[in-house]
Design a protein around this ligand. Structure first.
Ligand code: PLP
Length: 382
Protein backbone atom coordinates (compact mmCIF):
# COMPACT_ATOMS: atom_id res chain seq x y z
CA UNK A 1 0.00 0.00 0.00
CA UNK A 2 2.86 2.40 0.77
CA UNK A 3 3.63 2.81 -2.95
CA UNK A 4 0.31 4.70 -3.11
CA UNK A 5 1.86 7.56 -1.21
CA UNK A 6 4.70 8.42 -3.55
CA UNK A 7 5.45 11.97 -4.55
CA UNK A 8 3.56 13.46 -7.50
CA UNK A 9 5.40 16.32 -9.20
CA UNK A 10 3.12 19.30 -8.53
CA UNK A 11 5.54 22.02 -9.63
CA UNK A 12 4.14 24.26 -12.37
CA UNK A 13 0.69 22.70 -12.07
CA UNK A 14 -0.79 25.77 -10.41
CA UNK A 15 -0.65 24.13 -6.97
CA UNK A 16 -0.65 26.95 -4.40
CA UNK A 17 1.56 24.88 -2.11
CA UNK A 18 4.36 24.67 -4.71
CA UNK A 19 3.90 27.45 -7.24
CA UNK A 20 2.82 30.29 -4.95
CA UNK A 21 5.45 30.07 -2.23
CA UNK A 22 7.96 32.91 -2.00
CA UNK A 23 10.90 30.68 -2.84
CA UNK A 24 9.89 28.39 -5.71
CA UNK A 25 12.80 26.01 -5.11
CA UNK A 26 11.69 25.22 -1.56
CA UNK A 27 10.07 21.98 -0.48
CA UNK A 28 6.68 23.10 0.85
CA UNK A 29 5.17 21.86 4.12
CA UNK A 30 2.66 24.66 4.60
CA UNK A 31 -0.82 24.68 3.02
CA UNK A 32 -3.11 21.78 3.98
CA UNK A 33 -3.15 19.48 0.99
CA UNK A 34 -1.26 16.30 0.11
CA UNK A 35 1.60 15.69 -2.30
CA UNK A 36 0.38 12.27 -3.42
CA UNK A 37 -2.56 11.18 -5.57
CA UNK A 38 -6.07 10.66 -4.31
CA UNK A 39 -7.54 7.15 -3.91
CA UNK A 40 -7.54 4.93 -7.03
CA UNK A 41 -11.37 4.75 -6.95
CA UNK A 42 -11.50 8.55 -7.17
CA UNK A 43 -9.02 8.72 -10.05
CA UNK A 44 -11.04 6.14 -11.96
CA UNK A 45 -14.30 8.02 -11.43
CA UNK A 46 -12.73 11.31 -12.53
CA UNK A 47 -11.61 9.63 -15.74
CA UNK A 48 -15.15 8.37 -16.31
CA UNK A 49 -16.52 11.88 -15.88
CA UNK A 50 -13.91 13.48 -18.09
CA UNK A 51 -14.70 11.05 -20.94
CA UNK A 52 -18.30 12.23 -21.08
CA UNK A 53 -17.64 15.54 -22.78
CA UNK A 54 -20.69 17.63 -21.86
CA UNK A 55 -20.27 19.60 -18.66
CA UNK A 56 -23.37 21.75 -18.36
CA UNK A 57 -25.14 22.74 -15.16
CA UNK A 58 -25.65 19.75 -12.92
CA UNK A 59 -27.93 18.96 -10.02
CA UNK A 60 -26.81 16.94 -7.01
CA UNK A 61 -28.30 13.44 -6.94
CA UNK A 62 -29.67 11.76 -3.82
CA UNK A 63 -26.65 9.41 -3.91
CA UNK A 64 -24.58 12.35 -2.59
CA UNK A 65 -26.52 12.52 0.69
CA UNK A 66 -26.77 8.73 0.88
CA UNK A 67 -22.98 8.41 0.55
CA UNK A 68 -22.49 10.84 3.47
CA UNK A 69 -25.03 9.02 5.67
CA UNK A 70 -23.40 5.65 5.02
CA UNK A 71 -19.89 7.03 5.54
CA UNK A 72 -20.80 8.59 8.90
CA UNK A 73 -22.47 5.37 9.98
CA UNK A 74 -19.67 3.04 8.86
CA UNK A 75 -16.70 5.17 9.90
CA UNK A 76 -17.94 6.84 13.07
CA UNK A 77 -21.04 4.89 14.14
CA UNK A 78 -23.01 8.12 13.75
CA UNK A 79 -26.62 8.04 12.51
CA UNK A 80 -27.65 10.92 10.30
CA UNK A 81 -30.79 11.61 8.34
CA UNK A 82 -30.52 12.08 4.54
CA UNK A 83 -32.56 15.28 4.73
CA UNK A 84 -30.11 17.00 7.06
CA UNK A 85 -27.36 17.16 4.43
CA UNK A 86 -26.86 20.07 2.02
CA UNK A 87 -24.11 20.04 -0.57
CA UNK A 88 -21.81 23.03 -0.98
CA UNK A 89 -18.58 24.17 -2.59
CA UNK A 90 -16.48 24.75 0.52
CA UNK A 91 -16.52 24.66 4.29
CA UNK A 92 -15.56 28.32 4.61
CA UNK A 93 -18.50 29.30 2.40
CA UNK A 94 -20.79 27.19 4.61
CA UNK A 95 -19.46 28.92 7.71
CA UNK A 96 -19.92 32.34 6.12
CA UNK A 97 -23.58 31.63 5.34
CA UNK A 98 -24.22 30.07 8.74
CA UNK A 99 -22.63 32.95 10.66
CA UNK A 100 -24.62 35.37 8.54
CA UNK A 101 -27.84 33.57 9.47
CA UNK A 102 -26.98 33.15 13.17
CA UNK A 103 -25.29 36.43 14.10
CA UNK A 104 -25.29 40.19 13.54
CA UNK A 105 -22.45 42.61 12.82
CA UNK A 106 -20.51 43.18 16.05
CA UNK A 107 -21.43 39.82 17.63
CA UNK A 108 -18.71 37.69 19.17
CA UNK A 109 -17.88 34.22 17.84
CA UNK A 110 -15.93 31.89 20.12
CA UNK A 111 -12.79 30.22 18.73
CA UNK A 112 -10.61 27.74 20.59
CA UNK A 113 -7.19 29.15 19.84
CA UNK A 114 -4.71 28.39 18.42
CA UNK A 115 -6.95 27.53 15.49
CA UNK A 116 -7.12 27.49 11.67
CA UNK A 117 -6.22 31.00 10.50
CA UNK A 118 -9.05 31.37 7.95
CA UNK A 119 -11.60 31.31 10.82
CA UNK A 120 -9.92 34.51 12.07
CA UNK A 121 -10.05 36.12 8.61
CA UNK A 122 -13.68 35.08 8.11
CA UNK A 123 -14.90 36.49 11.42
CA UNK A 124 -12.95 39.74 11.02
CA UNK A 125 -14.07 40.06 7.41
CA UNK A 126 -17.72 39.71 8.47
CA UNK A 127 -17.31 42.47 11.08
CA UNK A 128 -17.90 40.03 13.92
CA UNK A 129 -15.53 39.76 16.91
CA UNK A 130 -13.23 36.88 17.73
CA UNK A 131 -13.71 35.74 21.32
CA UNK A 132 -10.86 33.48 22.37
CA UNK A 133 -11.39 30.37 24.46
CA UNK A 134 -7.69 29.48 24.59
CA UNK A 135 -6.77 25.82 24.65
CA UNK A 136 -4.62 24.78 27.60
CA UNK A 137 -1.23 23.26 26.85
CA UNK A 138 -0.35 20.20 28.94
CA UNK A 139 3.11 18.79 28.14
CA UNK A 140 2.91 17.87 24.47
CA UNK A 141 -0.83 18.25 23.89
CA UNK A 142 -3.82 20.52 24.48
CA UNK A 143 -7.13 20.33 26.35
CA UNK A 144 -10.15 22.61 26.44
CA UNK A 145 -10.67 25.24 29.11
CA UNK A 146 -14.27 24.50 30.16
CA UNK A 147 -14.33 27.08 32.99
CA UNK A 148 -13.44 29.87 30.61
CA UNK A 149 -15.87 28.49 28.03
CA UNK A 150 -18.69 28.61 30.57
CA UNK A 151 -17.74 32.18 31.50
CA UNK A 152 -18.00 33.17 27.84
CA UNK A 153 -21.34 31.40 27.47
CA UNK A 154 -22.56 33.24 30.61
CA UNK A 155 -21.53 36.53 29.04
CA UNK A 156 -23.97 35.81 26.24
CA UNK A 157 -21.78 34.83 23.27
CA UNK A 158 -24.01 32.66 21.16
CA UNK A 159 -21.82 30.77 18.67
CA UNK A 160 -18.82 28.46 19.14
CA UNK A 161 -16.81 27.04 16.24
CA UNK A 162 -15.39 23.70 17.37
CA UNK A 163 -12.59 22.41 15.16
CA UNK A 164 -12.73 18.63 15.37
CA UNK A 165 -10.16 17.18 14.71
CA UNK A 166 -8.31 20.31 15.69
CA UNK A 167 -6.14 22.23 13.24
CA UNK A 168 -3.33 22.93 14.21
CA UNK A 169 -2.99 21.12 17.58
CA UNK A 170 -3.88 17.73 16.11
CA UNK A 171 -6.38 16.62 18.75
CA UNK A 172 -9.09 14.05 18.09
CA UNK A 173 -11.44 15.01 20.89
CA UNK A 174 -12.72 12.22 23.16
CA UNK A 175 -16.46 11.57 23.46
CA UNK A 176 -16.47 12.98 27.00
CA UNK A 177 -14.71 16.19 25.90
CA UNK A 178 -17.28 16.94 23.20
CA UNK A 179 -20.16 15.87 25.42
CA UNK A 180 -19.04 18.38 28.05
CA UNK A 181 -19.08 21.20 25.48
CA UNK A 182 -22.50 20.14 24.18
CA UNK A 183 -23.97 20.01 27.70
CA UNK A 184 -22.63 23.49 28.46
CA UNK A 185 -23.94 24.79 25.12
CA UNK A 186 -27.33 23.31 25.94
CA UNK A 187 -27.35 24.98 29.36
CA UNK A 188 -26.71 28.42 27.84
CA UNK A 189 -28.40 27.86 24.47
CA UNK A 190 -25.20 28.39 22.46
CA UNK A 191 -25.00 27.24 18.84
CA UNK A 192 -22.08 24.87 18.15
CA UNK A 193 -20.63 24.61 14.65
CA UNK A 194 -18.46 21.53 14.24
CA UNK A 195 -15.80 21.78 11.55
CA UNK A 196 -15.05 18.11 10.84
CA UNK A 197 -13.07 18.55 7.62
CA UNK A 198 -10.15 16.51 9.02
CA UNK A 199 -12.37 13.71 10.42
CA UNK A 200 -10.88 10.89 8.33
CA UNK A 201 -7.29 11.76 9.11
CA UNK A 202 -7.04 9.77 12.30
CA UNK A 203 -3.86 8.02 13.44
CA UNK A 204 -5.25 6.87 16.80
CA UNK A 205 -6.93 3.54 17.42
CA UNK A 206 -10.04 5.41 18.58
CA UNK A 207 -13.03 6.17 16.38
CA UNK A 208 -13.52 9.79 15.45
CA UNK A 209 -16.38 11.30 17.50
CA UNK A 210 -18.70 13.41 15.37
CA UNK A 211 -20.88 16.21 16.70
CA UNK A 212 -23.67 14.22 15.05
CA UNK A 213 -23.49 11.74 17.96
CA UNK A 214 -25.12 14.35 20.20
CA UNK A 215 -28.10 15.42 18.09
CA UNK A 216 -30.58 13.63 20.33
CA UNK A 217 -29.21 15.59 23.29
CA UNK A 218 -29.11 18.97 21.54
CA UNK A 219 -29.87 19.91 17.96
CA UNK A 220 -28.68 23.51 18.04
CA UNK A 221 -25.65 22.42 16.05
CA UNK A 222 -24.34 22.16 12.49
CA UNK A 223 -21.53 20.05 11.08
CA UNK A 224 -19.35 21.17 8.17
CA UNK A 225 -17.34 18.56 6.31
CA UNK A 226 -15.80 17.71 2.94
CA UNK A 227 -13.75 14.94 1.34
CA UNK A 228 -11.12 17.54 0.41
CA UNK A 229 -8.51 16.99 3.13
CA UNK A 230 -8.60 13.21 3.49
CA UNK A 231 -8.91 12.52 -0.27
CA UNK A 232 -6.83 15.49 -1.48
CA UNK A 233 -9.68 17.06 -3.47
CA UNK A 234 -9.60 20.69 -2.28
CA UNK A 235 -9.27 21.92 -5.88
CA UNK A 236 -12.61 20.30 -6.75
CA UNK A 237 -14.54 22.51 -4.30
CA UNK A 238 -16.99 19.97 -2.93
CA UNK A 239 -18.30 19.94 0.62
CA UNK A 240 -21.46 19.51 2.66
CA UNK A 241 -23.13 20.85 5.75
CA UNK A 242 -25.30 18.81 8.12
CA UNK A 243 -28.09 20.79 9.79
CA UNK A 244 -30.41 18.61 11.90
CA UNK A 245 -32.69 21.49 12.96
CA UNK A 246 -35.39 21.89 10.29
CA UNK A 247 -36.00 25.63 10.89
CA UNK A 248 -32.36 26.54 10.61
CA UNK A 249 -31.94 24.26 7.60
CA UNK A 250 -34.74 26.12 5.85
CA UNK A 251 -33.08 29.48 6.56
CA UNK A 252 -29.72 28.18 5.33
CA UNK A 253 -31.19 26.78 2.13
CA UNK A 254 -33.08 30.00 1.43
CA UNK A 255 -29.79 31.91 1.62
CA UNK A 256 -27.89 29.56 -0.65
CA UNK A 257 -30.17 27.85 -3.13
CA UNK A 258 -31.23 30.78 -5.25
CA UNK A 259 -27.63 31.94 -5.61
CA UNK A 260 -26.59 28.47 -6.72
CA UNK A 261 -24.11 28.10 -3.86
CA UNK A 262 -25.06 24.49 -3.16
CA UNK A 263 -23.73 23.01 -6.37
CA UNK A 264 -20.33 21.39 -6.50
CA UNK A 265 -19.26 20.50 -10.03
CA UNK A 266 -19.90 17.11 -11.59
CA UNK A 267 -16.21 16.28 -11.04
CA UNK A 268 -16.55 17.23 -7.39
CA UNK A 269 -19.71 15.42 -6.42
CA UNK A 270 -18.91 12.27 -8.41
CA UNK A 271 -15.45 12.06 -6.86
CA UNK A 272 -16.96 12.41 -3.38
CA UNK A 273 -19.49 9.65 -3.97
CA UNK A 274 -16.70 7.38 -5.26
CA UNK A 275 -14.47 8.23 -2.29
CA UNK A 276 -17.17 7.63 0.31
CA UNK A 277 -18.36 4.45 -1.39
CA UNK A 278 -15.06 2.73 -2.19
CA UNK A 279 -12.28 4.72 -0.54
CA UNK A 280 -12.20 3.20 2.90
CA UNK A 281 -9.24 0.88 2.40
CA UNK A 282 -7.19 3.70 0.90
CA UNK A 283 -8.03 6.01 3.81
CA UNK A 284 -6.92 3.37 6.29
CA UNK A 285 -3.66 2.92 4.38
CA UNK A 286 -3.14 6.68 4.32
CA UNK A 287 -3.57 6.86 8.09
CA UNK A 288 -0.87 4.19 8.47
CA UNK A 289 1.39 6.18 6.17
CA UNK A 290 0.77 9.37 8.20
CA UNK A 291 1.46 7.56 11.47
CA UNK A 292 4.75 6.34 10.05
CA UNK A 293 5.66 9.87 8.85
CA UNK A 294 4.72 11.37 12.22
CA UNK A 295 6.76 8.81 14.17
CA UNK A 296 9.76 9.49 11.96
CA UNK A 297 9.42 13.27 12.39
CA UNK A 298 9.14 12.95 16.15
CA UNK A 299 12.12 10.64 16.52
CA UNK A 300 14.27 12.67 14.14
CA UNK A 301 13.49 16.05 15.72
CA UNK A 302 13.84 14.66 19.26
CA UNK A 303 17.33 13.51 18.31
CA UNK A 304 18.51 16.43 16.17
CA UNK A 305 16.67 19.40 17.71
CA UNK A 306 15.65 18.17 21.18
CA UNK A 307 14.60 21.68 22.27
CA UNK A 308 11.70 21.63 19.80
CA UNK A 309 8.46 20.36 21.38
CA UNK A 310 6.60 18.14 18.91
CA UNK A 311 2.89 18.25 19.74
CA UNK A 312 1.16 14.89 19.98
CA UNK A 313 -0.59 14.15 16.68
CA UNK A 314 -3.89 12.27 16.81
CA UNK A 315 -5.67 13.64 13.75
CA UNK A 316 -5.03 15.86 10.70
CA UNK A 317 -1.64 15.70 8.95
CA UNK A 318 -0.50 18.97 10.50
CA UNK A 319 2.16 18.85 13.19
CA UNK A 320 2.35 21.76 15.62
CA UNK A 321 5.95 22.48 16.53
CA UNK A 322 6.94 24.63 19.50
CA UNK A 323 10.17 26.52 18.75
CA UNK A 324 9.94 28.71 21.88
CA UNK A 325 13.56 27.91 22.79
CA UNK A 326 14.67 30.06 19.83
CA UNK A 327 12.74 33.11 21.15
CA UNK A 328 12.17 34.01 17.48
CA UNK A 329 9.04 35.62 16.06
CA UNK A 330 6.94 33.85 13.44
CA UNK A 331 8.45 36.00 10.69
CA UNK A 332 11.97 35.20 11.83
CA UNK A 333 11.20 31.48 12.06
CA UNK A 334 9.65 31.45 8.59
CA UNK A 335 12.60 33.32 7.11
CA UNK A 336 15.02 30.84 8.66
CA UNK A 337 13.01 27.95 7.22
CA UNK A 338 12.69 29.54 3.82
CA UNK A 339 16.40 30.35 3.58
CA UNK A 340 17.07 26.75 4.51
CA UNK A 341 14.88 25.40 1.69
CA UNK A 342 11.55 24.60 3.36
CA UNK A 343 8.25 26.50 3.55
CA UNK A 344 6.18 26.11 6.73
CA UNK A 345 3.09 27.80 8.19
CA UNK A 346 3.71 30.40 10.90
CA UNK A 347 2.31 30.09 14.42
CA UNK A 348 1.03 33.61 15.03
CA UNK A 349 -1.57 33.22 12.29
CA UNK A 350 -3.37 30.68 14.49
CA UNK A 351 -3.37 32.76 17.68
CA UNK A 352 -1.46 35.70 19.14
CA UNK A 353 0.32 33.59 21.79
CA UNK A 354 2.00 31.40 19.19
CA UNK A 355 4.75 33.60 17.70
CA UNK A 356 7.37 30.87 18.14
CA UNK A 357 5.45 28.00 16.59
CA UNK A 358 5.42 26.39 13.18
CA UNK A 359 2.86 24.12 11.56
CA UNK A 360 4.38 21.36 9.48
CA UNK A 361 2.37 19.30 6.95
CA UNK A 362 3.42 15.63 6.75
CA UNK A 363 1.04 14.57 3.91
CA UNK A 364 3.85 13.73 1.51
CA UNK A 365 6.04 10.79 0.60
CA UNK A 366 8.39 9.46 3.26
CA UNK A 367 11.35 10.50 1.11
CA UNK A 368 10.12 14.09 0.79
CA UNK A 369 9.59 14.25 4.54
CA UNK A 370 13.11 12.97 5.20
CA UNK A 371 14.61 15.54 2.82
CA UNK A 372 12.56 18.40 4.28
CA UNK A 373 13.38 17.54 7.88
CA UNK A 374 17.08 17.39 7.06
CA UNK A 375 16.86 20.91 5.62
CA UNK A 376 14.84 22.16 8.60
CA UNK A 377 17.33 20.78 11.09
CA UNK A 378 20.26 22.22 9.15
CA UNK A 379 18.59 25.65 9.11
CA UNK A 380 18.17 25.67 12.89
CA UNK A 381 21.56 24.17 13.71
CA UNK A 382 23.43 26.74 11.64
C1 PLP B 1 -10.30 23.26 9.84
C2 PLP B 1 -10.46 23.65 8.40
N1 PLP B 1 -11.65 24.09 7.95
C3 PLP B 1 -11.82 24.46 6.67
C4 PLP B 1 -10.79 24.42 5.76
C5 PLP B 1 -11.00 24.88 4.36
O1 PLP B 1 -12.13 24.31 3.83
P1 PLP B 1 -12.65 24.66 2.36
O2 PLP B 1 -11.47 24.62 1.45
O3 PLP B 1 -13.67 23.59 2.08
O4 PLP B 1 -13.27 26.02 2.45
C6 PLP B 1 -9.52 23.96 6.19
C7 PLP B 1 -8.38 23.92 5.26
O5 PLP B 1 -7.26 23.73 5.62
C8 PLP B 1 -9.37 23.58 7.54
O6 PLP B 1 -8.19 23.13 8.00
Amino acid sequence: MDNLFKEVNRKKTGAIKWDYQANLDNIPFWIADSDYSSAPCVLEELQNVSKHGAYGYNGIPKEFNEAVVKWYDRRYGCKLNNDWIISSTGVILELRVLLDVLTEVGDGIILQTPVYHTFHHLINGMDRKIIENKLIKTNDTYVMDYDNLEELFKKGYKVLILCSPHNPVGRIWHYEEIEKVVMLAKKYNVFVVFDEIHSDLNITKRKFVSGGMFVNLYDNIAICNAPSKAFNLAGLHTSYIIIPNADLRKLYVERTDKEFLNHPSVFGYRSMIAAYTNGEEWINAQNEHLLNNYNYLKTYLNKELPEVIVTLLEGTYLVWLDFSYTKLTTDELLTKCSNGGVTCSGGVNFGSDYESYLRFNIACSFEQLQKGLELLVKAFKS
